[in-house]
Each structure stands twice: as structure tokens, then as C-alpha cells.
Design a protein around this ligand. Structure first.
Ligand code: ADP
Ligand code: ASP
Ligand code: MG
Length: 449
């Protein structure tokens, strides 16, 4: 089988001319790279989300100018290309029209159409840059390939349709071209633009790697690989050379921003090894994520996910009764509330709500769900919390592991501890204000000599 690599570059990697040029060098360095998936230029998606939430005209104009400047400051450093400039201008016009619509009646559908414009613009510019650097590159609109349902803000891909379109639209181009396409976005059966949730370009790249039957996937970002924890939170964090799919999935799931939570699912399905490295410093190497890693240490990494919402349901009727949890989950399912973690006692159950959609922020318990639950039990909703997860191997089977972990945490107030359900993780909630300190304390105890 011929090697076929998919390379994904995140927002900071395509932030400006210099960053984009580093990516071009990375692409030149691996001749098997045929498909390149990129994010919007750094900061652009946040500006578009702001417009999608509906802002007054003055602010709309200010944001439009910013968006224009980000993109044209890169184009200015490249040979003139009227088709590229008019492509970007047409998208900026679309942004203006959609933000006016969002000001009067914001919707998830408009949000997706708006936020997609970031990737649609960056791919125009990046393709031009690659051609200027001597790479025979062509831009493809991923909405012709990555087909999804119509859940705007958190769409689910249709794998069969995506594989079919990848084969007809993308594969023939690989013969003599490097194809540049958008991460994060797709389209539903009606042709409406959809998104996979914030940070979704990693997931897009993995889905496309699966669809084109790639033999490797590279995720190029602003850090040289996966570390024992976010190096921005704990500067003493150390890089991991090799990690298993299941450990890295747990990390991504529990909030390690380095990978979108769903990224490794397609890679695992097709057993595609994934490399994570820095586009600015590829010579520093990075992390390989594979089916099996040579080492499986007791403690592997720490992840932190903020903006958590905890719901506690208390009822004396729960005491020695049956059916209470079934009723609770029926109500949650009816209102499409996805539950992340759960702990129970005799008279109460605490759970956290799941959210990775494009609008971001702390997930909300829908009012109608809260009212229905309130008829059954007392409902308490708490926010301003973060989830800390310790990822490792066979922790719950190792004598003394818990003692070591909790002794590092004796000065902190922990809520909702989940331990033992999985061999790979232990997690708990802390207040947002203490969360980074908690990660540092635990990292010091478990990962620093
Ligand atoms: P991109 O725009 O390339 O997708 P992200 O900002 O989404 O990049 O992800 C990279 C960031 O992830 C890093 O800058 C780092 O702060 C953060 N991060 C979180 N956890 C980890 C970890 N365990 N190892 C490395 N980086 C991490
Ligand atoms: N541009 C999108 C975001 O900022 C997707 C991504 O970068 O992965 O969330
Ligand atoms: Mg990311």
C-alpha cells in the first residue's frame, strides 16, 4: 500500500504569513502528504462566534475590519492573485450579510454558516501560499465531502456518504496535487453548512484520513507533542514520545485541548497512527499515538476541562426505591441533555452536563427539563467548576495509588470524585479558581521527581 498522509494545521499554525510558511516547509518535508486540513487563522473563529451571537452594527463593522486585516495582511506578502482576493472578499461580504441577520434573529444555523467563513477564507490564502512556495496545491470545499446530520453546532458525520464523496472528489486529485481543505465544517443533506463543535478541525482531519484510507495522520499545532499536562498550566510538564489510542482518547475526552475529544475515534477504527507536533519546530519531534504504546505507566497525564455544570438531584423517595434514576434519565433524554459524569448516594445523584458545541461556554440545563425534574426531586445547579482528570493504567487495581493521589490534594476541596469505573482515569470537580493549582500540585506529586 502506498503511503498517504493527512496533515492538519491548527489556528496558530496558520495565524500569519510566517506561520503559514512554516507549514509549507512541513508539507514539503513529507512527500506522502496529499491532503492538508486547516483551521481558520488564529482568533478568527472567536470573532465570528461573537458576530453570530448578535452584536450592534458598530461592533459588526469593527469585527469586519479586523477580519479583513487578518487575511489581507497575509495576502499582501504574496504575489497578487485577483481570484484569491475576490474569493476572500466574497466570503467577507457573506460574513457582513450573516452578521446583520444574526443581530435580528440569531440561530444555530446562522452561527454555523458564519463561523465556517474562517476556514473558507484561510484555505483560499493557504493554497495560494503553497503554490507560491512551489507546491502544486488545489483548494477543495470540504462541504462537498464531509456530510453530516443537521444538528448545527455539533453535527454528526455520515461516514458512508463522506467516504463516497472523498473517493470521488478528493482521491483523483492526489495523483499530482496536494489538496487543501477546511477543518471543522461540513454540510447536511440539504447543503446547509454545519460544524463539528469548537476545536473540530482535528476531528475533521481524522474523519478525512479515514475516508481517503490514509496511512498516517499528522496534527500540527503550537506545542511539540502531547505533554503530561497542558504546559501552559504546569510549565514542568514533560513531553510524551508515544501513547496508546485509549490513553490519548481519555485525555482528549477529559479536556486536553490538544485534541478534539472525538479525534481518535476514526483513527482507532482504521488503526491509523497519529503524530502530534509543532509546525514551528518540527525538528523537536512530537508524540506518536498508536494502537499500543511500548510503555503503559501507572500515571500518564492530567487533563483539565473548565466550564462544567453540575446538577444535583435530591429526593428522599430515592431511598431504597427503584425506578428513580430511570425517571431522571428519561427526562434528560427527552430534552436531549447528554450526561458526562455521574455519582450517586442513597438520596441524591450528581451529574455533569456534556457540551462541546460551537457556541461553547458552560452547558445549561434546559428550563423545561429543570421543571420536570423539580416535580420529582430537589434540583441544584452549580457552575464555575472545572473537571480534573488523571489518566493512567490500572490505577484502580494498584495498591497505594489512591493514597498517593489524594495526599497531594489534601488542601483542596474536591467534588464528585469518579474512580474505578474505568481502569484509565480518576476524575473530580474543583472550583475554577483552584483548578490550575490543583493540577500543578498533582503534577508535582505524580510526574516530577
Ligand atoms: P490548534 O489551534 O493547533 O488546534 P489548540 O490550541 O487547540 O491548537 O491546542 C494546542 C494547545 O493545547 C496547546 O497550546 C496547549 O496549551 C494545550 N494543551 C492542553 N493539554 C495539553 C497537553 N497535555 N499537551 C500539550 N498541549 C496541551
Ligand atoms: N476554527 C475552529 C475553532 O477555533 C476549529 C478548529 O480550529 O479546530 O474552534
Ligand atoms: Mg485545536
Amino acid at each position: 500500500m502506498n503511503a498517504l498522509n493527512v496533515a492538519k494545521f491548527g489556528g496558530t499554525s496558520v495565524a500569519d504569513y510566517t506561520a503559514m510558511s512554516n507549514c509549507a516547509a512541513v508539507i514539503k518535508g513529507n512527500l506522502s502528504t496529499r491532503l492538508v486540513v486547516i483551521s481558520a487563522c488564529s482568533g478568527v473563529t472567536n470573532l465570528l462566534v461573537e458576530l453570530a451571537n448578535g452584536v450592534a452594527n458598530d461592533r459588526q463593522q469593527e469585527v469586519l475590519t479586523k477580519l479583513h486585516d487578518i487575511h489581507f495582511s497575509i495576502l499582501k506578502q504574496l504575489p497578487e492573485a485577483p481570484a484569491v482576493a475576490s474569493g476572500v472578499n466574497a466570503i467577507l461580504d457573506e460574513v457582513a450579510t450573516l452578521s446583520a441577520a444574526a443581530e435580528t434573529s440569531p440561530s444555530d444555523k446562522i452561527t454555523d454558516a458564519l463561523v465556517a467563513c474562517g476556514e473558507l477564507m484561510s484555505t483560499h490564502i493557504f493554497t495560494h501560499l503553497l503554490n507560491d512556495k512551489g507546491i502544486n496545491a488545489v483548494r477543495a470545499d470540504v462541504r462537498d465531502v464531509l456530510k453530516t446530520d443537521n444538528v448545527f453546532g455539533k453535527a454528526t458525520p455520515d461516514l458512508i456518504e463522506t467516504a463516497h464523496h472523498a473517493e470521488t472528489v478528493l482521491t483523483p486529485l492526489f495523483e499530482d496535487k496536494v489538496v487543501v481543505t477546511q477543518g471543522f465544517i461540513g454540510s447536511d443533506t440539504q447543503g446547509n453548512t454545519t460544524t463539528l463543535g469548537r476545536g473540530g478541525s482535528d476531528y475533521s482531519a481524522a474523519l478525512l484520513a479515514e475516508a481517503v484510507k490514509a496511512t498516517s495522520l499528522e496534527i500540527w499545532t503550537d506545542v511539540p507533542g502531547i505533554y503530561s499536562t497542558d504546559p501552559r498550566v504546569a510549565p514542568a510538564a514533560s513531553p510524551i514520545d508515544e501513547i496508546s489510542f485509549s490513553e490519548a482518547s481519555e485525555m482528549a475526552n477529559f479536556g486536553a485541548k490538544i485534541l478534539h475529544p472525538a479525534t481518535l475515534i476514526p483513527a482507532m477504527r482504521q488503526d491509523i497512527p497519529v503524530f502530534v507536533g509543532s509546525s514551528k519546530a518540527p525538528e523537536q519531534g512530537g508524540t506518536w499515538i498508536r494502537h499500543q504504546a511500548e510503555k503503559s505507566p501507572l500515571f500518564r497525564a492530567l487533563a483539565l476541562r473548565c466550564n462544567q455544570t453540575m446538577v444535583t438531584l435530591t429526593s428522599l423517595n430515592m431511598f431504597h426505591a427503584y425506578g428513580f434514576l430511570a425517571e431522571v434519565f428519561n427526562i434528560l433524554a427527552k430534552h436531549k441533555v447528554s450526561v458526562d459524569l455521574i455519582t450517586t448516594s442513597e438520596v441524591s445523584v450528581s451529574l455533569t452536563l456534556d457540551q462541546t458545541n460551537t457556541k461553547g461556554g458552560a452547558p445549561k440545563l434546559p428550563e423545561a427539563a429543570e421543571q420536570e425534574l423539580a416535580a420529582l426531586c430537589k434540583v441544584t445547579v452549580e457552575q464555575d467548576m472545572c473537571l480534573v482528570a488523571l489518566i493512567g493504567n490500572h490505577m484502580s487495581e494498584s495498591k497505594g495509588a489512591a493514597a498517593k493521589i489524594f495526599s497531594a490534594l489534601e488542601d483542596y476541596n474536591l467534588r464528585m470524585i469518579c474512580y474505578g469505573a474505568s481502569n484509565h482515569n480518576l476524575c473530580f470537580l474543583t472550583s475554577t479558581s483552584e483548578s490550575k493549582e490543583v493540577v500543578r500540585a498533582l503534577h508535582k506529586e505524580l510526574f516530577e521527581d
